[in-house]
Design a protein around this ligand. Structure first.
Ligand code: FCB
Length: 498
């Protein structure tokens, strides 16, 4: 998006900014902030062919971390290092979907869902990231996708949801430009073996954030803290996205390739030009960086200083690789943020050549809405703003909502059931905003709730439950929560008043 337009845009509302300044904490009994009226909810309708679904990712649900030839991933390595995961757990078993996928497909069917977003574990298929194929790994994904197709559920495949083969990290990880072509080979192999049953492919889950957390701050694996590594990794990703697009299409004529980016609507904290400008820069880096690259063949001019092409290792001709016409845009939405101009200028830290592009912002959560049990503010209106913004800025692309959801800790009651009313309310409000966006012209065709199951929530281990289904992590028994049953009714009826 053009900087000038963003600064003028009505979307960049100051109303949220006011609330952030007030810092209101609301009582639990108050309605959700930004709530849509009961009448509008009752009237909300969705197209008959709208795809209702749920999402998971390999490391978070599969388990079987070293079964049948699977190689180690950076998340296996990280979780096996003491002190990394809040509750000391690992994804070694997780939800054991590797052995229970049939039961999970049955669950999806029971909830009337028509799309399942899952990810493929790169080291399960190629234990070393390159080289010999693990046929047992490919067979597993054939069985999963066969079961989905047979149940009338569309398999939506994310190729990379953070579990890099450790062998490739040992060869330099994402800062190593060679990974772009290894990744493209992996993508081609998947399309060759699974392309008869999978048509929806998303190369990367939240690329900007996993690179930033993995290489710039080191809070996630591989745990490096180097801006120079981060910048090189960013460019490898841009190339990998472009090359994977081409290898997926070359190997499967029915492949459609989109994205699974996370968007945090960036509202300027005040109406000052400096804060509006900061919000624009944050949006361009954090939200649409790789979408911009695919459209324009370059990177947004939103860095502290010039775009650091040299530090990224950009070579002449790379612009042609970056540019690919993605078939649809995938959107995760969890929370909105208040952005202000940083009080501290972005300077290279000691020993680094480049400034951290994120240091130039001050980023704060808002406090106006209620919160999930994870502490995230609930702001359904952000989904509407986001869908309309993407529609406007990118010529009304087809959009898939790839994730939304929240942590609500409600546990089984004396009746053994999980009465998670707050999650129902959360989804109802978000879907009402979605209905409004559809009415106002956004071309959204799918909605994936995060998540089908309670699962291994990265550094939070099993302590953060996002599922429509309760998982007992001792017995691995699944119990559909009230929210799952409600979601199933919405999916069947195509309306919210159920
Ligand atoms: C997203 C991740 C997903 C899950 C949810 C809660 O950022 O893509 O794996 O952890 O957050």
């Amino acid at each position: 998006m053009d900087r000038r337009k963003f600064l003028q845009s009505g979307l960049v509302v100051a109303g949220g900014a006011m609330a952030a300044r007030k810092g209101l904490a609301q009582a639990a009994s108050m309605p959700l902030a930004g709530a849509i009226s009961a009448e509008e909810i009752a009237q909300a309708r969705f197209p008959r062919d709208f795809l209702w679904g749920a999402a998971t990712s390999a490391y978070q649900v599969e388990g079987a971390w070293n079964a049948e030839g699977k190689g180690e991933s950076i998340w296996d390595h990280w979780a096996h290092t003491p002190g990394r995961i809040k509750d000391g757990s690992t994804g070694d078993i997780a939800c054991d979907q590797y052995h229970r996928f049939k039961e999970d497909v049955e669950l999806l069917k029971r909830l009337n869902l028509k799309t399942y977003r899952f990810s493929i574990s790169w080291p399960r298929v190629l234990p070393n990231g390159t080289g010999p194929l693990n046929l047992k790994g490919i067979d597993y994904y054939k069985r999963v996708t066969d079961a989905l197709v047979e149940a009338g559920i569309r398999p939506f495949c994310t190729l990379y949801h953070w579990d890099l083969p450790q062998a490739l990290e040992d060869r330099g990880g994402w800062p190593n430009r060679d990974l772009a072509s290894y990744y493209a080979d992996y993508a081609g192999l998947l399309a060759k073996h699974l392309g008869d049953r999978i048509a929806a492919w998303a190369p990367f889950n939240m690329p900007w954030s996993f690179l930033y957390n993995g290489y710039a701050t080191g809070s996630n694996p591989p745990g490096r803290a180097s801006i120079d590594d981060f910048l090189r990794a960013v460019h490898t990703l841009g190339l990998a996205q472009g090359l994977a697009y081409r290898s997926l299409k070359a190997a499967s004529s029915k492949a459609t390739v989109g994205s699974a980016y996370s968007y945090e609507p960036a509202y300027p904290k005040t109406e000052s030009v400096a804060d509006r400008d900061a919000a624009w820069r944050f949006h361009m880096l954090n939200n649409v960086f790789f979408l911009h690259a695919s459209r324009h063949g370059d990177y947004p001019r939103a860095f502290a200083g010039e775009v650091p092409y040299e530090a990224m290792g950009f070579r002449s001709g790379d612009e042609k690789i970056l540019k690919v016409p993605l078939d649809w845009v995938g959107v995760h939405y969890y929370l909105r943020l208040a952005i202000s101009a940083a009080s501290r200028a972005a300077q290279p830290a000691a020993g680094a050549r480049n400034a951290d592009p994120m240091a130039q912002f001050h980023v704060e959560p808002f406090n106006e809405g209620q919160r999930t049990d994870h502490g995230f503010e609930i702001w359904p209106r952000g989904l509407y703003d986001l869908l309309m913004q993407i529609s406007r800025d990118y010529d009304h692309p087809i959009i898939e909502i790839t994730e939304t959801g929240g942590v609500f800790a409600d546990a089984p009651g004396p009746d053994g059931q999980i009465h998670d009313e707050r999650r129902i309310d959360f989804y109802r409000q978000h879907m009402a905003e979605l209905a409004r966006a559809l009415r106002d012209g956004a071309r959204v065709r799918a909605y994936h709730a995060w998540s089908l199951l309670d699962n291994f929530e990265w550094s939070d281990g099993f302590s953060a439950r996002y599922g429509l289904t309760w998982v007992d992590f001792v017995t691995l028994k699944r119990t559909v929560k009230d929210s799952g049953l409600w979601y199933g009714r919405v999916a069947a009826a195509g309306r919210l008043g159920v």
